[in-house]
Design a protein around this ligand. Sequence first.
Ligand code: FAD
Length: 276
Amino acid sequence: MKIIVCIKQVVDTNDIKWTPNNTIDREGAQSIVNPCDMLAIETALKIKENTPQHTTITAISMGPKQAESALKTAIAMGCDEAFLICDKKFSGSDTVATSRTLSATIKKVCPNFDLIICGQYASDGDTAQTGPSIAQKLDIEQITYVTEPLLDEALNENKIKVIRKADEVIEVIETQLPALICVDDCPYEPRPIKINGYIHSQDQEIKMLTADDIGLSSEETGIKGSPTWVAKAFRSVSNRKNEIITPQNTKEALEFLSSAINSTKILEENKEQIDG
Ligand code: FAD
């Protein structure tokens, strides 16, 4: 079985600073593997441990040179090989161009794959579009919001069966391979890296690919291949306030709520005058 895991290096959200233009200040910011993608790697490793036939896991990432360290993490955890798709031509890629680049890479490096595993969303961009868009471009089945593959079932018959949790609904879905799944909210943690895994990863080559290597022109990727444009970027500032009230009885509580709702209404109705 051939598994591909798509991983993205993101800025650690505990360490985000902003530029005066309200873009993320990446200078010196700590980079990590996107948390959902750590679950994607763990899911791939669990499948590998449970498949009797020979299974290989290929990790791929599109990003700057520094994303090599994210792929080293994937190798240290147990992935077999890793590709970094890295080229100035990719700069400015939106989700359309990103998924085009990733699907072109998959066709190039592992055309006879069985399963692609993505995170459900990236903690920085958070569109959750990349996985489904790769599946659409490769014309394969996709299952999103997967929490867990059912390892003892189906995989041997060239199918995969998974648990999917969307909102409060839990579904069990089976599909034919090749397929793509997006994982989130798994009941297991990514395994910790062992010292020999770390040493092994330092010796492993991360294979680099450019736009030319995967056969994409500069019209198809980067800013030119991206139909999305950002009209405005801003940080939303919440001016909500909490007030704790301690009414003695229900009547007092209702009186308070009623006056609060009325004052909100009055403020909304007279917003223009108040702002003026
Ligand atoms: P999601 O769709 O939320 O991610 C879901 C999953 O897809 C991830 O968990 C992972 O498995 C996979 N995935 C996502 N991205 C990658 C990746 N790069 N490699 C491997 N797997 C991946 N970002 C930049 O870094 N540099 C830029 O110059 C840049 N320019 C942009 C310009 C525009 C106009 C726009 C709209 C966005 C730009 N971005 C840029 C952001 C970039 O487009 C997105 O980060 C990227 O398309 C992925 O979308 P997302 O972050 O919403 O990921």
